[in-house]
Every structure is written in C-alpha cells, then in structure tokens.
Design a protein around this ligand. Sequence first.
Ligand SMILES: C[S@@+](CC[C@H](N)C(=O)[O-])C[C@H]1O[C@@H](n2cnc3c(N)ncnc32)[C@H](O)[C@@H]1O
Length: 216
Amino acid sequence: MYWLLLVPIGLVLLYLGLAILTDGRYFGKGLVYRLYDTFGPEIFDITSESDRWRRLGATLNLRGDERILDVGTAIGDLPISLAARPGFRGQAVGVDWAARMVAAAAERARRHHVADRVRFQVADVRDGLPFDAGEFDVVFCLGLLETLPHAEEVLADLRRVLKPGGVLVVSLYRGWAALTAALSYAWYEEHLSALGFRDLRTAPCRRGQDVIIARL
Ligand SMILES: C[S@@+](CC[C@H](N)C(=O)[O-])C[C@H]1O[C@@H](n2cnc3c(N)ncnc32)[C@H](O)[C@@H]1O
C-alpha cells in the first residue's frame, strides 16, 4: 500500500517542477520569489556575462551619458557591466523584487568600483515601477516579462518611464527555451506598436534568447 504515497509525492514534484519551469507565470509565484531570494545571489554570481552586455551596449550605440534602467536585474550584471565601460558618465539603476539579490548587486557594484554610477532598489514590477515618467533613456527587461500573467500592463509601465526617443530592450525566447516562455514576436509587435514604439529590430543575445530593441 506504500506505493499509494507515490501519487501525492508525484503531484507535489510535478507542481514544483512546473512552477519553477514557468518561473511562476501561472502559479507558485510565492514559491518562485522565495527561491530567487534564497538561492538567487549565489546562482547568478557563478558567471558574469559582462562581454555580452558590452556587445549589447555597442549594438545600441550607447554614447555613455544615458540614464539606464534594468528591470529584474538579479545581481546587476548588466547595469554594472555597462557602467564599467570606459567613459561611461551616465547613471544606471537596477530593480529586483528579491532583497537578497539587490543587496548582492549593490555589493558587486562596490567591488567593481561603479557604486557612484549604479544603484539598486527593491521593487516588484507588478506594483508599478517607483520612477517618474520619462526618467530613462534605455530600459532593459530581460527574462522577466514572460513570467508575468499581465505582461502588457508591465510593458506599458516600462514605456511610461522612458523618455521620448528612448529605447526598450526585452527578451525574445527561441526554440526549446520558448516552450515555457510564452511571449512571441507577434505579441511584442502588437503591444509595442500600440504603445507607440517603432523601428523594432531583433539582435542575438544568448543561446535560445534574442532581444527585441524598440524605439519610442
Ligand atoms: C530569469 S531572471 C533574469 C535576470 C536578468 N535580467 C538576466 O536576464 O540575466 C528574472 C529576475 O527577475 C526577478 N523578478 C521576478 N519577478 C519579479 C517581479 N515581479 N518584480 C521584480 N523582479 C522580479 C527575479 O528575482 C530575477 O532576478
């Protein structure tokens, strides 16, 4: 009869697996938050992708004086890498809902001697971004929108904090990675156009992940 226990155990494992694979998009957001807050800093600190972020900065033709926002920044690898570029004299801000991630990002910025140019704060994008309209020249949101049930509302908020002429960079998953990350190019095209973005283009970013670059 003990084998009957396998059924509830299997269901719990299935629940955990699906919640983690979909990053809490449909259920298990609280669990996913705890995982990010507990293990995130150590997991994200294993590698830095600074070369990738510098290449992306070059693709965007950044002048170096921009105000940059990275939403869902984890340990801040992207804004820190951009702010560490020679000649950078702008300001970068990273937000994440996980307080331990934000603390690790601030510590990392100090280690890389860019704490005067990069700051981090805790914010849950579902509650609205804690910034005024038109504060930023460039807004990044990678690996996050596709995990949110009301992604179009967050997309509108990302647009709100951009200056006229500003640039939004969001992730677009391809191949196997796209199976659990549900936002298609057509979805972005429809919603970005409705929000007044133009000149949409894609650029390679990671294995299985491109970025969409859109200008207001
Ligand atoms: C898949 S990671 C992507 C990290 C980074 N942007 C990258 O591309 O490497 C998603 C990040 O978004 C954060 N996050 C998830 N839900 C969030 C929310 N509602 N508000 C703010 N940050 C959130 C997580 O803590 C995590 O750091």
